[in-house]
Design a protein around this ligand. Sequence first.
Ligand code: Z2T
Length: 830
Amino acid sequence: VTGPQFEPTHERALTPAVGPARDVDGFVRQFLRELNYTQGVPLSRSTLNDQYLALARTVRHYLMQGWIRTGKRRRDAGDKVIGYLSAEYLLGRQLDNALLAAGLEDIAREAMKECGLDVDLLRSQEIEPGLGNGGLGRLAACFVDSLATMDVSCIGYGIRYEYGIFKQTFEDGRQVEVPDSWLALGSPWEFPQPDRAVQIDFGGHTERYTGDDGRERTRWVPAWDVQAVPYHLLVPGYRNGVVNTLRLWSAKATNAFDLQLFNQGDYAEAVRAQTFAENITKVLYPEDSTPQGRELRLQQQYFFVAASIKDFIRHTLPADFDLHRLPERIAFQLNDTHPVIAIPELMRILVDEHDFEWDEAWDVTKQCFDYTCHTLLPEALEVWPVDLLGRLLPRHLEIVYRLNEDFLARVREQFDGDEVRARRMSMVQENPVRAIRMAHLATVAATKVNGVAELHSQLLRDKVLPDFSEMWPDKFTNVTNGVTPRRFVRIANPGMSELVTEAIGEGWLTDLERLRELEPFADDAAFRERFRAVKAGNKERLRQLLHHRDGIDLPEGHLLDVMVKRLHEYKRQSLKLLHVVSLYQRLLSDEVDPESTTPRTVVFGAKAAPGYFMAKETIALINAVAATIDADERVAGRLAIAFPANYNVTLAETLIPAADLSEQISLAGKEASGTGNMKFALNGALTIGTDDGANVEIRQLVGDDNFFLFGMTEPRVAELQAKGYVPGDVYASSPRLKSAIDFLASGEATGGDPSRAAAVVDDLLSSDRFMALADFDAYVEAQEKVEATYADTEAWTRSAILNVARSGFFSSDRSMRDYLDRIWNVSARS
Ligand code: Z2T
């Protein structure tokens, strides 16, 4: 496989093709061309999918000139590139975003109309690329969007999973996973580049040898290899003509690999080998915060970072580039520990392949990497057993051992031979099995280490990596996460976007702090009225969607209370469920006049990792309670629960703008940041939340009066943990909690079947690792405040508007500016 064979000099070779005319006629022509010549069907015989594909390819045409120009401009300028290394990109639908970025929405609508087609119907055909689990993957997608919009040179490197996050279905209320064949009906957004494939080696052993210059060297003699084929996707900036690149790698069997076996006469074995190689990028691991130490996962990690580094050095840098100057041209951002094997890989390339001295290589390597940590859960910190690592990547293991030796020597030197400290800080853990602590490796190598919200970064310094922050206080920093307002405000909430633009003018979409200018409108009764009308319209849109998508009929006129996120015990969906049960009981009792209560619909959306027992039990329990309440005439019109299956980015875009109340109720000190919380606030929902993750900053910004805070603070949690938390005591001392749990345990909330609730109830009463019971009373009390506030329509709307006006900080443009200023030392062009 070779790169460009010659430098094109002819004028035409340097000029990007002229795109289709930017008018309805030009769009129609291109669309029909795509339909007829690429799809191979006449309009009259075309299916919806044909039409969607032709539409997508048409829009793509309009972006290509920008992509070609952006690439050329960046190569000419020799810009420093941000190499965002992420095993996940949870992109969401591409068509809506491309239409918005290119400013083609109206033209496309008209053009489709001229063809007798409905652009909205075609948009709804797209299966979103779900190449991520949740927050971490969606964050990567928001970040690349912001960098393109800010005209920063960025290549997003990742994996082209053939199957993304599974599609969730419910059978008898239980989660059943269905493979996500997002590529099956065609993939109009990607460009395969098989001629740019690179070889990735695995296994084998290492050898010492003496080089021609008499120096002792090491070489890796791998046992097998695969081809990494890049596919590039377009990342268009918002109406600025910039189009950046996402490079996703797909595994393909190496020919030589097959042939060898084939020549030995074992055809079946040769085919098996091919399957084996191509398994590497077959499927996304669906564990969000509890990685299983699986060999295939390590293969995925090495596969994509090795391909990315090789590709960058070979194809993005000029041919004669002096690698001593690598840090001038690249900043690799490690999105959690998944890509951390890139560190020994770069060392290997420099030392073994480019004859660098060890120290010289380390000096360069250190300057090339920064590391973002996304968790506080100890079980989410990746470790790779050395037997596995040594089998798959023997040279890399040696390199890590040597790095660790050098590092520990420094620790002993600086801290007076403190052996206990050295053991704590070691990149190698000895128990329960000898394994490499990827977070330690990342922290030692990285120039900067950041957490994803103020509280998280503080806890990272104080609790997760205290020895490291003592040794290198300046290495640690915070960058609070953000979300892209293009997708999560403009596309998701066109009604509100229009209202905002009418009020404060254009420009806020790329300068989100300007939402501040909305503040005075919170006191304007006519504006509030219109704001409510937008919310009502969004709710209606959601009702329509859930009716057609899930056969769910949402009641009208309810407070819409939404909890959407991965299912995890620390996020405490079970606490929300206990509250629902308690509301149900209240309605059944004679305590209150049902007419005096706030009608409420609670919407859950959550996928559970397939092997996570308690998470799956919680899903089954929520569905059982939902069915029971749904069937109970006595509470009809007052309380409803909906749990649409398969919560994903697409559903989020309709669900979030309809919400009144955002549930952010993790145990304090467990949610690193949260980004859903930001999306809700930006769409005018009020938050009920604990003092955790980015909730802390949301509350500070929107103000206490516009946020429902409850629950223990992190120090209080730590204190209770230390003293010994006994959930049974809480149960015994809170009548309302006891009543709700007894009701659940009795089966009354699950259609008379107590077995449905058993696992969750037993766990809450016996261990309750995330202290849901301890926060229950405070939560119920805060919910009562919610009801009281909601009853005052004008006050609620005022708070909702202030949430929007004061959440501009949570734009991912701001996050990117922070990374640029404080981590990458690169300046944005806009
Ligand atoms: C993930 O989505 C997050 C953390 C992980 O830790 C792994 C995954 Cl897949 C290893 C989430 C955090 O839970 C969430 O608080 C945060 O907002 C998000 O990453 C983005 O930083």
